[in-house]
Design a protein around this ligand. Structure first.
Ligand SMILES: O=P(O)(O)OC[C@H]1O[C@H](O[C@H]2O[C@H](CO)[C@@H](O)[C@H](O)[C@H]2O)[C@H](O)[C@@H](O)[C@@H]1O
Length: 367
């Protein structure tokens, strides 16, 4: 690359442009603000446009991924019907699912928000019901069970309060084994599991958290949540007309932190380290910790409702093991095989798994 070439990178938008001078431009013109600066200005202008387009794309995508109103147009019900054909209800397909798992060790991975708990306005009040807790407790007696969430691990633990589970907080960047022994972790090895691949990022995340709180305080309803290794900026209680402004505020803070990236969830923008780690990798790590990563007779089931869960759905597809279940009332682009409409259906599905396990144990003990 010659000295005159200009590389302009917008690390946040992933845009990296290299501007090569044309032969006619090779000598810098005498005029102030030579050709490199003019090109740079043009490129920066383009980046501004791209930046705005990107913000609009986030905002649109956030609206689409968490629709507020049930659509009623005929084309929508057609879309819904065709989607359901491709992602049938895991409750309707229960027998087929059980058939596919025959002779294999089922391992359960559960997202938290929108899967075990209903979506609510205040993230600090996203409690799971007692009946859901009871169900998950029973489930963990039948199968190794992990909670995989974007939340801070300790916060989700306070919601779930089951010491016999594995927990992967901060989108899998904070993993911990059970602290209470169960059938699957008798040798106490599980308790020793602790994996934090992004610990170097802690000071940066704290710094960005402070800046985001300061920057967004002028936007009524905006809330920044510290999830330890990642952050969430909540849009749910912000007037939709202000969403683009809020996204711009977030982007303006992040421009100085190329080592952080933005992802988007249900009315939330999430800020996380650029390391190659996600819920899919966390799932693989947990299977390895359980000594099941290289087994052909493992059957992982991952249930989740959000974009970040797609990494885990995809991982299962790539491994050709088990399957994903998307929790959604609406058709969504997904790598999950099955669907459930809401946390209540998730609970029914988990209950059926527990009943089936008890029945098959009883049948085996009779033989
Ligand atoms: O991986 P998850 O367990 O699904 O966590 C993803 C985000 O969940 C939470 O936000 C979502 O639930 C809130 C409470 O119902 C809701 O108000 C918000 O709009 C949703 O996006 C959590 O607060 C975030 O920090 C997580 O990133």
């Amino acid at each position: 690359m010659t000295q005159q070439n200009v590389v302009v990178s917008d690390t946040k938008s992933g845009v990296s442009l290299t501007v090569f001078p044309t032969p006619a431009q090779k000598k810098p013109p005498a005029a102030p603000g030579g050709y490199i600066s003019i090109s740079r200005r043009r490129v920066l202008k383009n980046l501004e446009i791209n930046g705005d387009q990107r913000i609009n794309a986030w905002v649109e995508s956030m609206r689409a991924s968490s629709p507020t109103h049930l659509k009623s147009a005929p084309s929508f019900s057609q879309e819904q019907n065709s989607w359901i054909l491709h992602h049938p209800s895991a409750l309707d397909m229960f027998d087929q699912i059980i058939d596919a798992s025959k002779g294999k060790q089922i391992v359960m991975f559960l997202d938290y928000d929108g899967t075990l708990s209903p979506i609510v306005e205040d993230p600090d009040r996203a409690f799971m019901s007692h009946s859901m807790r009871k169900t998950v407790k029973k489930l963990a007696r039948c199968f190794p069970t992990a909670i995989v969430t974007g939340r801070c691990k300790d916060k989700v633990y306070n919601f779930v309060q089951l010491a016999e589970l594995y927990y992967a907080g901060s989108h899998g960047m904070d993993i911990k084994g059970p602290t209470r022994s169960s059938k699957y972790n008798k040798d106490s090895k599980a308790e020793a599991i602790l994996f934090q691949p992004a610990s170097d990022f802690l000071p940066m995340i704290d710094e960005v958290y402070q800046q985001l709180v300061e920057k967004t305080k002028s936007t009524p309803g905006a809330m920044v949540e510290n999830n330890k290794f990642c952050l969430s900026v909540h849009f749910r209680c912000v007037d939709e007309k202000k969403w683009s402004d809020l996204a711009r505020q977030v982007k303006s803070v992040l421009k100085d932190y190329p080592k952080l990236r933005l992802t988007q969830g249900r009315k939330v923008l999430e800020i996380r380290p650029t390391i190659k780690w996600d819920k899919g990798k966390a799932l693989e790590f947990l299977l390895e910790s359980l000594g099941l990563a290289n087994c052909s007779d493992v059957f992982p089931v991952y249930i989740g409702d959000d974009r970040s869960d797609e990494d885990a759905f995809k991982k299962l597809r790539d491994r050709g093991q088990g399957f994903g279940i998307l929790v959604s009332k609406f058709p969504k682009d997904t790598s999950a095989s099955y669907s459930l409409q809401e946390p209540n259906e998730v609970m029914s599905f988990l209950q059926r798994l527990v009943e089936w396990k008890h029945m098959s144990q009883r049948a085996r003990s009779r033989v």
